[in-house]
Design a protein around this ligand. Structure first.
Ligand code: GDP
Length: 425
């Protein structure tokens, strides 16, 4: 059977930790979308790791890690990441990379930078990893699949054609140095050497694994709000962040996805631009940012301070719905132990009208949070393993939010480690 671990919000909900934890019982962990633009932080017996491309199952020797066809594959970054974990005594991962995955080209990264420069103040807050230019090319049908590395003549020819188009933009729109197709070809031949041990038809592998009764975990990146269709367009990412897309980006039958674990953090954080209704500022924000996550709310890829805010029931209810949630994993709850009162955003006020429905982007930008305050529990809840042992106000907070979002919170994460988890029946 297939389980998906996905985000309800803007990303950084703690999916890495939940995937790492669930991977203990899985056979295969698959990345199905996105690229090296966001990071997962994982704390385990080997230490603390920030992964960008490798699935979060790589720390278990029984797990096969798969980079699916839907991923934006940056081969040098993947190679570096494999080295960075093996250098720290993690056994070499059993890794498989889809022969249909497309590759992030050096010019995708350049175009990402040039476009942000050109947009100036109107930029999207891109991580400049080449993700938007990559997916644009994929759907414009001028991307490169991994299997194309093995047909040298066809590759040279296509590189020449693609560079012709790119060079027009580089010369006339961005006024930047032009691309040399021969140089790109040489670089890609080095990539072939790096990736060759891992390349296979991963969809065929996964379908066979399902026939053999194996358990597969699909690991999502970012969250519902960043989905290009259902999120806060255009302040979204360029590939679908939804569990449903897992079927496409991994190549498994949609009806095999039986469990959708949607991860939602006990407060909100976001990176990049875009409406963020429950955002807070000033000292109040600085304190939450400093105490947040595991070592503060700063981007795993960029180190940028994350925007922070109170829990947003409107966005989370919608975020859980678009994922098709069966279970909610409620994370980073321990961080809120310092507050006397915990504000929660329970509705939006849009031009004087109060709603619990998540609106489209234009209206979202006008929304003001309707806040309710719940009493805090004022103690450290790390180390607690049974739901009943949590302070009453803490359970009230969880149950209040569960009722508001309308999906069962079956897991509560009260620390960054693998064992910091409370299961609830
Ligand atoms: P992801 O992209 O969804 O995997 O999220 P990140 O890994 O970027 O961000 C989550 C951060 O919170 C990481 O630093 C985790 O180590 C940390 N974390 C995850 N769960 C918990 C938790 O329950 N409590 C605390 N304090 N930190 C957590």
């Amino acid at each position: 059977m297939v389980k998906a671990v996905v985000g309800a919000n803007w990303g950084d909900e703690g999916k890495g930790k939940i995937t790492d934890m669930l991977a203990a019982k899985a056979d295969i962990v698959v990345r199905f979308q996105g690229g090296a633009n966001a990071g997962h932080t994982i704390v385990n017996d080997y230490g603390k790791f920030a992964l960008h491309t490798l699935p979060s199952g790589v720390f278990y020797s029984h797990v096969t890690s798969v980079i699916g066809n839907g991923v934006a594959l940056n081969i040098p970054i993947l190679a570096k990441e494999v080295k960075s974990i093996t250098d720290r005594n993690v056994p070499a991962p059993k890794l498989k990379v889809s022969n249909r995955a497309q590759m992030v080209m050096p010019y995708h990264i350049l175009f990402d930078q040039y476009e942000e420069e050109r947009l100036g103040g109107r930029s999207f807050g891109s991580t400049k990893s080449g993700i938007a230019p990559f997916y644009s090319d994929k759907y414009a049908k001028i991307g490169f699949q991994v299997n194309e590395l093995y047909d040298e003549e066809a590759l040279k020819d296509k590189l020449r054609r693609v560079c012709e188009v790119k060079n027009v933009l580089l010369e006339h729109l961005y006024h930047k140095p032009l691309l040399d197709p021969d140089e790109l070809f040489r670089e890609m031949m080095q990539w072939r050497t790096m990736i060759d041990p891992y390349v296979c038809d991963t969809a065929a592998f996964l379908n066979q694994a399902l026939k053999d009764g194996k358990e597969i975990l699909l690991e999502g990146q970012l969250g519902s709000m960043k989905d290009p269709d259902h999120g806060i367009y255009p302040m979204v990412t360029s590939s679908s962040t939804l569990a449903g897309y897992g079927a496409v980006g991994a190549g498994v039958p949609p009806y095999e996805i039986k469990k959708i674990v949607t991860v939602s953090k006990a407060y909100s954080s976001a990176v990049g631009a875009g409406a963020f209704v429950s955002e807070i500022f000033g000292d109040e924000a600085e304190e939450l940012r400093r105490r947040g996550g595991d070592g503060g709310e700063y981007g795993a890829t960029t180190g940028r301070p994350r925007r922070v805010g109170w829990y947003d029931c409107v966005a989370s209810r919608y975020g859980c719905r678009v994922q098709g949630t069966t279970d909610v994993a409620f994370t980073v709850l321990d961080v809120l132990g310092y507050l006397d009162e915990i504000p929660v955003c329970v509705a939006y006020d849009i031009d004087g009208e109060v709603t619990e429905e998540f609106p489209t982007t234009g209206l979202l930008e006008k929304a003001k949070p309707v806040i309710e305050k719940l009493p805090g529990w004022k103690c450290d809840i790390r180390g607690i393993r049974n739901y009943g042992d949590l302070p009453e106000n803490c359970r009230n907070y969880i149950e209040f939010i569960e009722k508001k979002i309308g999906y069962p919170i079956t897991m509560i994460s009260n620390g960054p480690g693998r064992n910091d988890i409370i299961y609830r029946d």
